[in-house]
Ligand binder design. Structure first.
Ligand code: PLP
Length: 458
C-alpha cells in the first residue's frame, strides 16, 4: 500500500498545489486506494511531509470533511469516511446490496409498494392523450399539465400558493440543486451539519463551497449561519436530514428575517414532507417569503427515485436563469412520465398511494421503536414523528463508526450518524431507515443489532 505522501506527491508538480492535492486525496478515497477508516497524518505532519504550508492541509481537510470524504473527530484525528464507491452519496441508498442481510440505510421508500398498476394505467392514459406534436421537444421548464397539477397540489398539501409558471420540473431534487448551484456560481453555501454528504459533494461539484452550520434539537443554528458570512443556505426545514427535527417556529422566523435583512437565499429541500405520523403538517417556508426561498420537491420518497421527477420553485429573480440552465442541461425532462404523474395526481392516485404508504410506514416505524425499546433500552430513538428513518442516539462515548463496522460484519447496514457530520460535534448515533423493511424483518434486524457486544462499539 502506498503511503499518503506517495499518493499525493505527484499532485505537487504543477501550479495550484492546494487544489491539486485536494483533488488527489479525493480521488484516492473515491477509488478505494485509501480505505475507509484510514487515519490521516495530522495537518502539521502532512504539511511537513509534502513541503506545503500547514494552512493548505488544514483547508483541504476541512473541505473534504465538508464533502463527506473525511471525518474529523476531536481527540481521534482525521479518518477516511465510509464512502459508497458506486457513486456520490446522494445515490447511497439506491443500490441493492446482496451481502447485507438487513439493509437499514435511510433514503428509500418501500419500492415493493410502488403502485405499478396505477402507474401503468397513468402511462397509457398519458400516451393516448398526447398528440403527435407532443412527441417533439418539450417545454424545458416542464409539462404544462404537471406544472398545473403540482401548483394545485402544493397549495393543498404544503400550504404553498404557486402558479404553474413558478415551477420548473427537474430530474429529482438533485437536479434542482444543480440548477440552483449553476445560477449562483462560485459562492460559499451554508449546509446543515449533519446533513446528506451527497448534497455537499454535489454543490462542490458545481463550484460552490459548502460550509457546515450546526443543527440542534430546534433545527439549524441561525446565529451561526449569520456569523458564517454565507448568503445562501440549504435547509431541510420540515424534517431535518438526518436528525429528523422540524425547524422550530422561532428559528423559521429568524431564518426568514436573516434572509430579508441580508438579501440571503434559503434553499428549502422539502424531500419527504408528506410522511408524518404524530404531528400536524408544517407549511412550507417558501409560502412566507417567496422572494427569499427556493423550494425543492421530489417524488423520490413518495413513489420511487427511479422516476427521477422533482420540482423547483425559484424566487422570481432567479427564474429565468434557472429556466435557461435547465434548457442547457438537457432541453427538458421527458414529457411522458410527467404527463403520467399529472394524471396520477389529477385522479387521486397519488393521494391514495400516500394514504396507503403512510399507514405502512407508521406500522414499520412503530415496530422498530418497539423492538428498540425492548432490546436496546439504553439507545434513544430521536426524530421519530415523521419521515422514513429515525436516529438512535447512542450512549455518550460510543464510537459509532466502530459500531457501524461491527454491524457490517454481522450483515447489518446501518450508517453511523458521524458519517453525516461535518465537524462531528454532535452525539454518536445510528441512522436507521425503516420504510423498506416489513415489521418482522425490522424486529429481526434489531435482534441482530442487539446481539453485537456493545463493548465492541465503545
Ligand atoms: C435530504 C435529501 N434531499 C434530496 C434527495 C434527493 O432526491 P432526488 O431523488 O429527488 O434527487 C435525497 C436523496 O436521498 C435526500 O436524502
Amino acid at each position: 500500500m502506498e503511503t499518503i505522501r506517495e499518493l499525493l506527491l505527484p499532485a505537487l508538480a504543477g501550479g495550484r498545489r492546494g487544489r491539486a492535492v485536494e483533488a488527489a486525496l479525493r480521488e484516492a478515497i473515491r477509488s478505494g486506494r485509501l480505505a475507509t477508516g484510514t487515519r490521516l497524518p495530522s495537518s502539521r505532519d502532512l504539511a511537513r511531509q509534502l513541503g506545503v504550508a500547514r494552512g493548505t492541509v488544514t483547508a483541504l481537510y476541512e473541505q473534504l470533511t465538508a464533502e463527506g470524504y473525511l471525518l474529523s473527530k476531536h481527540g481521534s484525528g482525521t479518518r477516511v469516511a465510509p464512502f459508497d464507491r458506486a457513486g456520490p452519496a446522494l445515490r447511497a441508498a439506491t443500490a441493492k446490496a446482496p451481502d447485507w442481510e438487513f439493509d437499514l440505510r435511510p433514503g428509500l421508500p418501500a419500492l415493493s409498494a410502488f403502485p405499478r398498476t396505477e402507474w401503468l394505467g397513468a402511462e397509457r392514459e398519458a400516451l393516448n392523450a398526447t398528440p403527435d406534436t407532443g412527441l417533439g421537444y418539450p417545454d424545458p421548464t416542464g409539462h404544462p399539465a404537471l406544472r398545473a397539477e403540482l401548483a394545485a397540489y402544493l397549495g393543498r398539501v404544503r400550504a404553498l400558493p404557486a402558479g404553474p409558471d413558478d415551477i420548473v420540473i427537474t430530474s429529482g431534487a438533485a437536479e434542482a440543486l444543480s440548477l440552483l448551484a449553476d445560477a449562483l456560481p462560485g459562492q460559499r453555501i451554508a449546509v446543515e451539519d449533519p446533513s446528506h454528504p451527497g448534497q455537499a459533494a454535489l454543490l462542490h461539484g458545481h463550484g460552490l463551497e459548502p460550509v457546515g452550520i450546526p443543527v440542534d434539537d430546534m433545527g439549524i443554528d441561525v446565529d451561526a449561519l449569520a456569523a458564517s458570512g454565507c448568503s445562501v443556505v440549504l435547509v431541510t426545514a420540515a424534517h431535518q436530514f438526518p436528525l429528523g427535527v422540524a425547524l422550530h417556529p422561532e428559528r423559521r422566523r429568524n431564518l426568514l428575517a436573516w434572509a430579508a435583512e441580508t438579501g440571503g437565499l434559503v434553499l428549502e429541500d422539502d424531500y419527504d414532507a408528506e410522511h408524518r405520523y404524530d404531528r400536524p403538517a408544517l407549511g412550507a417556508m417558501r409560502a412566507l417569503a417567496p422572494e427569499h426561498v427556493a423550494y425543492i420537491g421530489s417524488v423520490s420518497k413518495v413513489l420511487a427515485p427511479a422516476l427521477r421527477i422533482g420540482w423547483l420553485l425559484p424566487p422570481r429573480r432567479l427564474r429565468d436563469a434557472v429556466a435557461r440552465a435547465k434548457e442547457m442541461h438537457d432541453l427538458g425532462c421527458p414529457p411522458l412520465p410527467q404527463a403520467a404523474l399529472a394524471h396520477l395526481i389529477a385522479t387521486g392516485g397519488y393521494d391514495r398511494h400516500l394514504r396507503r404508504t403512510r399507514r405502512l410506514y407508521r406500522a414499520r416505524r412503530d415496530a422498530l421503536i418497539d423492538a428498540l425499546a425492548r432490546q436496546l433500552p439504553q439507545w434513544r430513538p430521536v426524530g421519530i414523528a415523521a419521515g422514513l428513518h429515525l436516529v438512535v442516539r447512542l450512549p455518550d462515548g460510543t464510537d459509532d463508526l466502530r459500531l457501524q463496522e461491527n454491524l457490517a460484519v454481522a450483515g447489518v447496514r446501518a450508517p453511523a450518524l458521524s458519517t453525516y457530520s461535518h465537524a462531528a460535534s454532535g452525539y454518536p448515533g445510528l441512522v436507521l431507515g425503516y420504510a423498506a423493511l416489513a415489521p418482522d424483518r425490522l424486529r429481526a434486524a434489531v435482534a441482530r443489532i442487539a446481539s453485537i457486544d456493545p463493548r465492541g462499539a465503545g
